[in-house]
Design a protein around this ligand. Structure first.
Ligand SMILES: Nc1ncnc2c1ncn2[C@@H]1O[C@H](COP(=O)(O)OP(=O)(O)OP(=O)(O)O)[C@@H](O)[C@H]1O
Ligand SMILES: O=C(CO)[C@H](O)[C@H](O)COP(=O)(O)O
Length: 402
């Protein structure tokens, strides 16, 4: 995720890295952002930890913006970076959730990686021991001094204070790579973008927003590919939900103008049997459905829209799959599709459509990427509420504390 800027500060001194050294750091935002309710929720039973894995440029930031909106941050802008800290911080603090970027656990800075000839995707460039220790501490209700990888300078900056939120989202290249870290996740998501589409998205973003040349983008993708295949892609087998983005099947390859990314086929692959997670379904749970909703209630231009729903297996796990191929012409008509979907974990009729309309300007709002990201966001909110309700029903034994 890109670096963000912010202002104002006070200082606090904390113990860092196994007590080896202390550093005074700026942390004015924390009294505001770490609300009593967040601290109390954490103290009452620990933080709920969500993992979001994907390669760079695959939509993690967009997903997080939808998620923080669903979680009640009000607007996406309400999920803000820590105030008063390092402008190179990658962290977002919302009312209900803190989002940290695992790039902060790079153990080698940009020069170090170059010298050693490794990419940031290589586990040798990342400190999984520290990642595990710190995520475990947060989950157990303790604050940590998390390092910062500064994308502007390519350097490892002094750390920032992360206090336990209600929900901690850990996004990045490796949330499910290390078995110990994986074991801390209450729910995990993998964004699986097929290579041609990833290429198209990256070219669009890196040329328009970052001023990179087409050649340098191609070279970077090629250089990362072996490590992506070895270390990033295999994590999808562990994910509770995978959003897979593929080229459309509605247009024959021969008719396709090669403009990848305009019409997408998107699959939401949902693992069965995951605690606190009931997969969404179309019409009839467990059945196999193919549905073309275009007609009187849904406007569709060429090449139309096709939904599918079916059971499948994914890396040996039973899954339910929802698929949408095509794009919406009129987003407000999505209510027609929403009314045929069940187990959405909405709080009121039309909440999915409302979320999609609210963020119509986000990438993917007219296709299955936006729709399925929104549904997964609602499922995460529901999972969190179930965990809280369970904890309230069986509070920790006070006798043991006394
Ligand atoms: N669903 C989508 N449909 C179309 N384009 C998309 C979609 N999601 C993301 N993109 C494109 O990909 C770019 C990268 O998306 P985003 O910033 O969300 O990814 P990221 O994984 O956070 O990237 P990074 O880790 O490099 O910061 C966006 O600027 C946008 O151009
Ligand atoms: O894959 C990445 C995750 O975002 C980055 O390339 C990695 O973090 C290294 O960052 P930079 O390219 O800014 O040195």
């Amino acid at each position: 995720m890109a670096a963000r800027s912010f202002s104002s500060a006070s200082t606090t001194t904390i113990l860092l890295r196994s007590g080896r050294w202390r550093r005074t750091m700026r942390a004015a935002a924390f009294p505001f952002r770490v609300s009593c309710s967040a601290a109390a929720a954490a103290a009452a039973g620990g933080t709920v930890v969500i993992g979001l894995a994907a390669d760079s440029g695959c939509g993690k930031t967009t997903f997080v913006r939808r998620l923080t909106s669903v979680l009640g941050a009000g607007t996406a802008a309400a999920a803000a970076p820590p105030w008063g800290g390092n402008p190179g911080s990658n962290t977002l603090l919302g009312d209900a959730a803190t989002v940290i970027c695992l790039d902060d656990y790079h153990s080698l800075d940009r020069a170090g990686r170059k010298e050693r000839g490794v990419t940031a995707l290589d586990p040798r460039a990342n400190d999984f021991d520290l990642m595990y220790r710190q995520l475990k501490a947060i989950k157990e209700g303790r604050a940590v001094a998390k390092p910062i990888y500064n994308h502007a300078t390519g350097l490892l900056d002094p750390p920032e204070l992360i206090t336990p939120p209600k929900i901690l989202v850990v996004e990045g290249l490796h949330p499910m790579y290390d078995e110990r870290v994986r074991g801390l996740l209450d729910f995990s998501i993998y964004l699986d973008i097929s290579s041609d589409i990833k290429f198209a998205w990256k070219i669009q973003r890196d040329m328009a927003e970052r001023g990179h040349s087409l050649e340098s983008i191609k070279a970077s993708i090629e250089a990362r590919k072996p490590d992506f295949d070895a270390y990033i892609d295999p994590q999808k087998q562990y994910a509770d939900a995978v959003i897979e983005v593929l080229p459309t099947r509605l247009i024959a390859a021969a008719d396709d103008d090669g403009d990848e990314g305009k019409v997408l086929r998107v699959k939401l692959i949902m693992k069965e049997g995951v605690e606190h997670f009931a997969p969404a379904y179309l019409f009839d749970e467990g059945s196999t459905i193919s549905w073309i909703p275009c007609g009187r209630k849904l406007s569709c231009s060429y090449p139309g829209i096709k939904f599918s729903y079916f059971p499948d297996t994914y890396f040996g796990h039973e899954v339910s799959v929802l698929e949408m191929d095509g794009k919406f012409d009129k987003l407000d008509e999505l209510i027609y599709v929403e009314s045929h979907l069940s187990n959405l974990s909405t709080k009121y009729y039309g909440e999915v459509t409302q979320q999609m309309l609210k963020h119509a300007d986000f990438p993917g709002s007219n296709n299955g990427t936006g729709l399925f990201q929104t549904i997964v966001g609602l499922k995460i909110r529901d999972l969190y509420e179930q965990v809280v309700a369970e904890r309230a029903a069986s509070p920790p034994a006070l006798a043991a504390v006394a």
